[in-house]
Design a protein around this ligand. Structure first.
Ligand SMILES: [Fe+2]
Length: 371
């Protein structure tokens, strides 16, 4: 099976969809995949990156595989190349190791989870120019692992950092000594994020304690920081083996995008690199679900030193559509009745059309998830 190539599109842009923390399970899979399918058709990105805690079901490899199939078929059908990595839960439950998971994701035609990285989910995806003759951008995909020896969150390990440094040097050398800009994607945020946030003098209602130093409080200062809101403690790994510092040293990474902290959607510029956390993409109807969604990043081939970013939250999908407007624009997809039945038989709908009227209805179980 030929591995799809990622290229700048005919408009000279690269559109990346960042999906994370789908936590697909028995209860949320129908609605989550319905929305992801919807979003993919609406956005038609040039590439998607899924950064871990993808499937979170019981210890049953057959069920895990069937959920992977359902997720990946969305991208297969739309011919959207998709890069996968893992979070702390992917191999913790589901009865499949990380390399077994990668082998299975790679049975799908849209998977680009291949590469010469140090493990099955750490690799570099080259992005080619529109005419395909030159690498113009890179996507670093890191497996930030699951837990350390004491059960605290994992991070990118020393041998992975070494691989990045070496590969980055090789890429620069192959490009005549000129660095090629890139973005990095992984599940866990880097511990360096705490150096980028503002330390609060004491606990305040808008501050959050450090993940491991519980008496230290941090806050997001919109006067200083780029964008977004901090809604929970950034749950970085306990250890820090210098991944971020290596990226600062090499100077080829514009921004890094993480998930894991489902409700955090912010970006902090630190030492020239944006540290950005994206919201969870799963939808199960709980009190956070409608605020979740996905992130779209766009880069122009003519100037790869910058990018734009936007969060799309699911509640934007729940607006009552203007039928006349949809008809005028010929949006057949938007005009279709949107209906989704969960495995428990509960009907969940974004909206449905009754005659010429749209009826909006969103229901769901109250379920909360760990990160
Ligand atoms: Fe996680």
């Amino acid at each position: 099976m030929a591995i799809p190539t990622v290229k700048f599109n005919k408009n000279g842009k690269l559109k990346i969809m960042h999906i994370t923390d789908t936590h697909l399970d028995h209860d949320n899979i129908d609605m989550s995949l319905f929305l992801i399918n919807w979003a993919c058709k609406k956005e038609m990105p040039d590439v998607a990156v899924i950064t871990g805690d993808n499937v979170h079901n019981d210890d049953n490899a057959e069920v895990t595989k069937s959920y992977i199939d359902r997720l990946m078929r969305i991208f297969d059908d739309l011919s959207i190349p998709v890069a996968i990595t893992y979070g702390n839960h992917d191999s913790e439950v589901g009865a499949m190791s990380r390399s077994e998971l990668t082998d299975y994701y790679n049975t799908h035609s849209s998977s680009i989870t291949y590469g010469d990285g140090p493990d099955s989910a750490t690799y570099c995806v080259p992005v080619y120019s529109q005419n395909g003759d030159k690498v113009k951008f890179n996507l670093w995909i890191f497996d930030s692992n699951d837990y350390d020896e004491k059960g605290r969150y994992g991070c990118v390990l020393p041998h992975q950092v070494e691989w990045y440094k070496k590969k980055s040097d090789e890429i620069t050398a192959a490009n005549g000594g000129e660095k090629i800009y890139s973005m990095a994607f992984q599940h866990m945020i880097v511990a360096d994020v705490y150096d980028a946030l503002k330390k609060a003098d004491k606990h305040r209602f808008y501050s959050f304690h450090h993940m491991y130093e519980k008496n230290d409080y941090y806050m997001f200062d919109p006067k200083v920081h780029n964008f977004g809101t901090l809604n929970e403690t950034p749950c970085s790994g306990y250890y820090n083996y210098g991944q971020f510092e290596a990226m600062v040293e090499k100077g080829d990474v514009l921004a890094m995008f993480t998930g894991h902290d489902h409700t955090n959607a912010f970006g902090v510029k630190h030492k020239g690199i944006d540290i950005v956390n994206s919201l969870s993409t799963r939808y199960n109807g709980d009190r956070f679900s409608s605020q979740y969604g996905y992130r779209i990043l766009e880069i122009e081939e003519s100037d790869t030193s910058k990018y734009t970013s936007r969060n799309e939250r699911w509640y934007n999908m729940f607006k009552k559509p203007d039928f006349a407007e949809l008809k005028k624009s010929g949006d057949e997809f938007g005009m279709k009745t949107a209906k989704c039945v969960t495995s428990k038989g509960r009907i969940q709908k974004l909206y449905t059309r009754v005659g010429r009227k749209f009826v909006t209805l969103v229901t769901g179980r109250q379920v909360t998830y760990p990160h």
